[in-house]
Design a protein around this ligand. Structure first.
Ligand code: NAD
Length: 481
């Protein structure tokens, strides 16, 4: 399946589709074939200036502030409607631009529409407080927007990850400049198209694509940005935070993970194996909250391992548009990184049970579903994020030991526990240091459930009602009557 789509995409600034100031373009590659499929206008710092100026002007014009919250919400419903109407077109684009399977790509569009309708519905429900000061006074709080929200998005799920931040900003009255990922920029341009068709005011949402070191850094450091949402790696997040610190700009930081699933001795192993397999091999492990470390009670280690090998080897790997179970990694560079870390694992003494290397003799960036056994918690493969389809398995003997291993990395994004014992599930969930804990199903939760990191996985929350609180600041109005 190929599908017809544009081969040149411009940036969306101030409600117009524009070339980059430098006239340069970024080539977009299909990770399943290594072939160029399109080009996008490369945004450079001058384009960042232009986009921030458009967002500033829209904010200062009070176009959102003067719109009733319910109308801002309805506008998000309209964006969802236009986006949904483009489902098949975007899904195919996402297969060839990002390497997603068709099912995953379609799900991303439905998920994005869910974010838009969920936050659209909350637009008129973010209420302030009235604080009793006694006779002669009236005091109330208002959730005020920050102003211009700069949003920097990673490659792995650009549409839902980008759109969820945009709609939170929009319904709370902020205007947005979003930098899409240079490795997978196209779906967010379709999102811009949906915003345009829905009649989003010019300048309220600006979407540009440039390289991180250049456009991304310029956006994070821009003097007229009031708020930053960064989703990406810890290393880049630190650099964004340094820029933000210079200007004391508040940030939401959604960073990486090395999330652990604990399987207690009494777990339903059949269901656990399916859930663990989905948690690591969905989108070839390129998910921040992938369950990439499996801690298994020694008594069930071998039985669960046998089931996981069947899961790994039963998955077909190939272009998502051809209906395979697992697509490619995003780039040759990322495939090289994942393979290199696998070699480190072997040097450290861990055993490859299955996979461990790329799919041979193909042009795309395909990695085989991989399982490492004999892993010790101090090994690099047990501590560093692969961002690929690699599961490391570590046995444990007591629940206390499992907790110590699970909490023993720098990350704290997600964690999971598999058991039939409700008391043990609570005991474990209580002690896991993570922003989300899944019991008996990896990724239990959804748009409604707050998501975000602890420790180096970041701070602030996306998803759920709580996310909106990251896009507003409390303003108190005290009145002497
Ligand atoms: P990355 O950090 O390389 O890039 C993320 C974004 O930052 C891209 O748009 C990139 O262009 C930009 N960027 C790069 N250098 C920059 C700089 N100096 N200044 C400003 N922006 C810059 O991450 P990636 O490889 O695109 O994504 C993978 C990472 O993202 C993983 O670590 C993954 O765990 C994380 N992630 C986290 C979440 C979450 O919600 N916590 C979601 C998805 C991905």
């Amino acid at each position: 399946m190929t599908g017809k789509f544009k081969t040149y995409w411009q940036n969306f600034i101030g409600g117009e589709w524009v070339d980059g100031a430098s006239g340069e373009r970024i080539a977009v590659e299909n990770p399943a074939t290594g072939e160029q499929i399109a080009e996008v206008a490369r945004a450079v710092p001058a384009d960042v200036d232009r986009a921030v100026a458009a967002a500033r002007s829209a904010f200062d014009s009070r176009v959102l502030a003067d719109m009733r919250p319910v109308a801002r919400g309805e506008m998000m419903f309209e964006v969802a409607r236009h986006l949904t109407a483009m489902t098949e077109e975007i899904a195919i684009l996402e297969c060839v631009d990002n390497g997603k399977t068709l099912a995953n790509a379609r799900n991303d569009i439905a998920l994005t529409a869910r974010y838009l309708s969920y936050y659209g519905g909350l637009a008129d429900k973010l209420e302030g407080r009235q604080i009793p000061l006694g006779p002669g006074f009236l005091d109330y709080t208002v959730h005020a927007p920050f102003g211009v929200s700069a949003q920097i998005v990673p490659f792995n799920g650009p549409l839902p990850v980008g759109a969820r931040s945009v709609c939170c900003a929009f319904v709370t009255g902020n205007t947005v400049v979003l930098k899409s990922p240079e490795d997978s920029p196209l779906s967010l341009f379709k999102f811009a198209e949906a915003c345009e068709r829905a009649g989003v005011p010019k300048g309220a949402i600006n979407i540009i694509c440039g390289y991180g070191h250049d456009a991304g850094a310029a956006l994070a450091a821009h003097g007229d940005v009031d708020h930053i949402v960064f989703t990406g790696s810890v290393a880049t997040g630190k650099s964004v935070l340094r820029s933000a610190a210079e200007r004391v700009v508040p940030c939401v930081m959604e960073l990486g993970g090395k999330s652990a699933a604990i399987v207690h001795a009494d777990a339903d192993l059949e269901r656990t194996a399916k859930s663990v397999a989905r948690g690591i091999w969905f989108h070839a492990g390129q998910i921040c909250s992938a369950g990439s470390r499996l801690l298994v009670h020694r008594s069930v280690h071998d039985e669960l391992m046998a089931k996981l090998v069947l899961e790994a080897e039963g998955r077909s790997v190939g272009p998502g548009s051809e209906g395979h179970d697992m697509g490619p990694l995003i780039s040759a560079k990322q495939l090289g990184r994942v393979e290199a870390l696998c070699r480190v694992g072997v040097e450290e003494g861990a055993q490859v049970v299955t996979g461990g290397s790329r799919v041979p003799n193909c042009k795309g960036h395909f990695m085989r579903p991989t399982i490492f056994a004999g892993v010790r918690p101090d090994m690099r493969i047990a501590r560093e994020e692969f961002f690929g389809p690699v599961l490391v398995v570590i046995p444990f003997d007591t629940p206390e030991e499992a907790i110590a291993i699970a909490n023993g990395t720098d990350y704290g994004l997600a964690a999971g526990v598999y058991t039939r014992d409700l008391t043990l599930a609570h005991w474990t969930a209580d002690r896991l240091v993570a922003g989300q804990v899944y019991v008996n199903e990896w990724w239990a939760g959804g748009v409604e459930t707050p998501f975000g990191g602890t420790k180096r996985s970041g701070y602030g929350r996306e998803k759920g009602q709580e996310a909106l609180l990251g896009y507003v600041q409390t303003k108190n109005v005290g009145i002497r009557l």
